[in-house]
Design a protein around this ligand. Structure first.
Ligand SMILES: CC(=O)SCCNC(=O)CCNC(=O)[C@H](O)C(C)(C)COP(=O)(O)OP(=O)(O)OC[C@H]1O[C@@H](n2cnc3c(N)ncnc32)[C@H](O)[C@@H]1OP(=O)(O)O
Ligand SMILES: N[C@@H](CCO)C(=O)O
Length: 352
């Protein structure tokens, strides 16, 4: 059973900045049924440009016969604030002006994304999450939500993510925003504003999601006499255009800023102290060819989250491997969850 719905939060939602959003709407999908004990929730947090349909974009890890399946689990995935797949975003109507927000949309942080997940969990009557999982920007949300401890998270799975967004990651995002800002239609406040800039931004981003080896494997020329019309050029153009058909420059702009804001140590004693607040059984998975969220970042997470396990995946694809290597993820996560449930049974026997 799959449900697509939108939750309209009836009150004002206060952002970390202190600004308030009214009439926040959260588009979400659920699959399967919440059991009587309400202890079968799998909550997936999506990355930069995905949507609430986790069975589609994380097919293989999620699916009818996958590790996370709707027969056993109640799977929840919410479209994040700022994204154009149904949740309130810069193209939504600002009820005060009666016009879309565009660039008057307030900036928000990863903590705000986690805050919206909590609103939805309250609405769905969920007090406990069996597995909270996210990759990349999705992992940043899952981590902040676990640190906030507004809900019980039994198992936390962080894939290709970090505790604080790096100078390198911010520089990539800033370069993408520079590309968008050179497109003057961006400032015209129209739904297709900045699309040429967005195309260039996606082309830049892809360089950080893939690797030298991935391009060599898929875009190498088969002839030596070319002096133009290269496959790699066509690939960059195609990928930029593909994103423009399903996304908008305003959402991209704001979401990339939210990613830059990620720092679990903000307002805390330190980043390390913030990580020590995580109480969930944690598994951190890195991709060893990831140049955007290098594996040192996942090792750091695992080192500072109490009793966290660390595992790595070899994937020539690089960062986006977290969306592709679903067999490897299934294997690593399946073993981790089995161990975690065995430990729980032993603990129960010891306390009985
Ligand atoms: C409504 C929605 O669609 S939202 C959900 C979809 N998006 C998401 O979930 C976001 C996360 N997903 C992603 O980032 C990506 O889909 C990934 C990483 C999982 C895979 O990336 P892909 O772009 O599918 O794969 P890859 O990088 O190998 O590129 C393949 C595409 O490039 C095209 N391509 C490959 N080489 C070239 C070239 N030289 N010139 C032009 N096109 C090329 C292929 O024909 C293929 O096109 P298609 O996507 O139309 O089938
Ligand atoms: N390729 C991913 C971003 C990488 O984290 C997306 O478009 O959502």
């Amino acid at each position: 059973m799959s449900t697509t719905a939108t939750y309209k939060y009836p009150k004002l939602f206060k952002l970390e900045s202190g600004k308030k959003l009214r009439h926040v709407e959260i588009a979400y999908q659920t699959y399967g049924k919440l059991n009587a004990n309400k202890d079968n929730v799998i909550w997936a947090c999506h990355a930069l440009t995905a949507n609430a349909d986790v069975l589609d974009w994380w097919d293989g890890l999620f699916g009818n016969s996958a590790l996370f399946n709707p027969n056993e689990h109640f799977i929840v995935c919410a479209n994040i604030l700022g994204s154009n797949y149904g949740t309130t975003n810069p193209l939504s109507i600002n009820s005060v002006t009666g016009q879309p927000y565009y660039l008057s949309f307030p900036e928000f942080t990863i903590r705000d994304l986690a805050g919206l997940h909590q609103l939805l969990a309250n609405h769905l009557g969920i007090n406990s999450i069996k597995v909270l999982i996210g990759g990349s920007l999705g992992g940043q949300q899952a981590l902040e939500w676990s640190i906030a401890k507004t809900i019980n998270v039994e198992n936390l799975i962080l894939v290709a993510t970090n505790a604080v967004h790096s100078p390198w990651g911010i520089a990539f995002n800033e370069s993408q925003r520079l590309a968008i800002s050179t497109d003057r239609t961006f400032y015209a406040n129209q739904p297709d504003g900045g699309l040429k800039g967005l195309k260039a931004a996606r082309s830049i981003a892809l360089l950080s999601y893939r690797t030298y080896e991935a391009y060599a494997a898929t875009q190498l020329e088969s002839v030596n006499d070319k002096t133009g019309n290269y496959r790699a050029s066509s690939y960059q153009n195609y990928q930029g255009e593909k994103l423009c058909k399903r996304f908008n420059a305003y959402s991209y702009w704001y979401l990339s800023k939210a990613m830059d804001s990620h720092n679990v140590g903000r307002g805390k004693k330190s980043i390390v102290a913030a990580l020590a607040e995580v109480e969930a059984n944690t598994l951190v998975i890195g991709i060893d060819n990831d140049i955007l969220f290098p594996i040192s970042e996942q090792k750091f997470l695992a080192e500072h989250i109490t009793d966290a396990q660390f595992s790595s995946i070899n994937c020539a694809y690089g960062h986006d491997g977290f969306l592709i290597e679903t067999d490897k993820l299934t294997n690593i996560i399946g073993n981790f969850l089995k161990e975690s449930s065995d430990k729980k049974i032993i603990k129960l026997h010891q306390t009985a």
